[in-house]
Design a binder for this molecule. Structure first.
Ligand code: ZN
Length: 635
């Protein structure tokens, strides 16, 4: 965890215009800045950034938040990653708070693994280039495969010598502990002795998207009969197979620029394509795609083109992951490499330009491609054809985002034609699958909600009209809470006392009020600004909503203030007083109504008299408040 002191240092330095400008072109408009919204497509700018309030809001799609949420939304960072990004930008050293022993241990193991992997990569590269064995066994093989030195250097390839413990003893000399050596997969036990796991193999370091080495793939040289062709790092604290796309670090800018990500199967495919100048390419490592892998792609582009060598098993494995891609809103295209070639051998055979042209000319839409394969398989078999219809309908049902509507209609039309079935029948089937899934989701959500009711991070906080008064009280509390109300009494303290008898109806407002109060009582000096960077998303969203709120109400306020000017109070005090009074009036109105109802129901005289008393008392309070508000009478 990043310490509160560091967070404060970071939030003090934040310049929202500076950060957002990095990603969005902004123009000054009055007190605010305006640009084209990065979260939805628009031609006229409605994305507004307020430097004084440190918030942004799009009046087109409704997205809003602070600098940190902007980085989280736009760059897909976690809260901590966003803070780290800002810390780096402003040269702030990050101080971590004491974390739980468990977390600390995982972090320590991860750090040790990174350090070891880093050492290992240097060792293997050294062995590859600067030893006779490396030159004779590995370099000659790589050259034979067509790899040039610069691309070998770029991908930091290496070689693990034949000797049984060349790496193990080098690492031990560097004081790497045994447990880490085993965990990394670089060292194993053979005949009760620690030994190198990748002896005599070419080493492919695997980097995460930030360029750190998280593991290795080790390939036999030449063809292997007994041994597996590749050995990979076992799952550990930093190597999580489902989250890895090989080459993503080297491809990320090219993917961004081309607005397309090519996906291949193997490490050598990625490296060969890079060498041919095609850099927007990553590898899945041969397994079917996971949601986490698709999300890495989606950070950079919506266009995923999968390049496969044409064997049926590979294609089927690929298709299994692709429904998820549709759900993630990716446009998926497939290309089959002909003649039993793979991308690596094919690009070497035909060269860069022809390869690119081949990809462009042979891209097939995933859904139609899937249908083609299924139909070919089904032949004249009615049952199989029926299955095909269902598979396609289920795939289509996953296109459920509003912006995919036209695409979906078009698909349904094309698929119905290919299947020679009635279009409306297919629509019904697609809808049925969609409906089923919605029901399943809802059930799942109900279960989740009941268990995490308190922790929800609701983006859409909707206020009812009479909750406006509650919101407004929170607004003045956040805005002026730390100012002085009277000597030795802050506005916050005054508000706490004044509201002691009253309750918030809106659970969100009550929560924000309680959090503010808690921070205040702990001496943390809460304000709109500090709470805008609260670790809890629910609080951050509420603060944005509350601070953005004033327009409609405060304008009326101003008009009234114009008319009153009864004393020398500065306007913030007036604002506070009026906000509190309107809040109370609203509550009193409700109490009146409740009291009225009780009176109608009451049959006991003594009770009725008591209720009359309440009525009288409420009236007095109302008159007092109304007097304070000047001539304003709220009905
Ligand atoms: Zn927008």
């Amino acid at each position: 965890m990043i310490s509160p002191q560091t967070i404060e240092q970071i939030t003090n330095r934040i310049d929202i215009i500076d950060v957002v400008s990095e990603f969005v072109k902004l123009k000054k408009r009055g007190a605010n800045y305006l640009g084209l919204c990065p979260f939805h497509n628009e031609k006229t700018p409605s994305f507004t950034v307020s430097p004084s309030k440190e918030i942004y809001k799009c009046f087109g799609c409704g997205k809003s938040g602070n600098t940190i949420t902007f980085l989280m939304e736009h760059e897909k960072y976690s809260y901590a990653e966003a803070l780290k990004w800002l810390a780096q930008r402003y040269n702030i050293e990050i101080e971590e708070t004491i974390v739980s022993d468990e977390v600390k241990q995982v972090q320590q193991v991860a750090e040790s693994l990174y350090a070891l992997n880093n050492f290992a990569q240097k060792f293997f590269t050294e062995q590859l280039f600067n030893t006779e064995e490396g030159q004779n066994n590995a370099i000659s093989y790589l050259e034979e495969r067509g790899f040039k030195e610069d691309v070998i250097q770029k991908f930091q390839l290496g070689y693990n010598p034949q000797q049984r413990d060349a790496f193990t003893s080098a690492a031990s000399k560097q004081q790497f502990n045994k447990e880490i050596l085993f965990k990394s997969g670089l060292v194993v036990t053979r005949n009760d002795e620690p030994a190198d796991n990748y002896r005599g193999r070419i080493i492919f370091p695997i980097h995460n998207t930030t360029g750190k080495i998280i593991g290795f793939g080790a390939r036999v040289i030449g063809s292997a009969d007994k041994a597996p062709k590749y050995i990979n790092t076992p799952e550990n604290e930093i190597y999580i197979k489902s989250k890895i796309l090989y080459g993503s670090y080297f491809a990320r800018h090219a993917i961004d620029k081309n607005n397309e990500c090519l996906l291949v199967e193997g490490y050598t495919d990625v490296i060969s394509l890079h060498q041919a100048g095609i850099e927007n390419v990553v590898a899945s490592g041969g397994t079917s795609l996971t949601t986490d892998q698709l999300r890495i792609v989606k950070k950079y582009t919506n266009n995923l083109t999968i390049i496969y060598d044409g064997d049926a098993a590979g294609v089927k494995a690929a298709m299994r992951g692709l429904d998820m891609a549709l759900e993630e809103g990716l446009n998926v295209k497939l290309v089959l490499i002909p003649d039993k070639e793979d991308p690596d051998s094919y690009v070497n055979k035909v060269g860069s330009e022809r390869f690119k042209k081949f990809i462009a000319d042979n891209k097939k839409d995933f859904i139609l491609f899937q249908l083609e394969i299924l139909l070919k398989e089904a032949g004249n078999d009615i049952t199989k054809k029926n299955d095909a219809v269902n598979v396609i309908a289920e795939s289509l049902s996953k296109l459920n985002r509003a912006e995919d509507f036209t695409k979906k209609q078009e698909y349904i039309h094309q698929c119905a034609t290919l299947l020679k079935i009635d279009e409306s029948g297919l629509i019904t089937l697609v809808n049925k699958y969609a409906q089923n899934r919605v029901e399943k989701e809802e059930k799942k959500q109900e279960v989740e909600e009941s268990s995490t009711q308190k922790n929800r991070t609701d983006d859409k906080i909707i206020f009812q009209k009479d909750e406006a008064q509650e919101k407004n009280v929170l607004r003045v509390l956040l805005e002026y809470g730390l100012n002085e109300w009277s000597p030795n009494v802050t506005i916050a303290e005054y508000i706490f006392e004044e509201l002691e008898q009253y309750r918030f109806e809106n659970a969100d407002m009550e929560y924000l009020f309680e959090v503010y109060k808690k921070h205040y009582n702990e001496g943390l000096r809460p304000s709109a600004k500090t709470l805008l960077y609260h670790e809890e998303a629910r609080i951050r969203t509420l603060v944005v909503n509350v601070t953005l709120f004033p327009f409609e109400l405060s304008q009326r306020w101003d008009e009234k203030l114009e008319n009153i000017k009864v004393n020398n109070l500065d306007t913030s005090l007036q604002d506070v007083m009026m906000s509190l009074n309107y809040f109370k009036l609203q509550k009193i109105k409700k109490m009146f109504e409740q009291n009225q109802e009780d009176m109608l129901k009451s049959k006991e005289l003594s009770e009725q008299l008591q209720l009359m008393e309440v009525h009288k008392r409420l009236k007095e309070i109302e008159i007092e408040i109304t007097r304070q508000l000047g001539a304003v009478i709220v009905k």
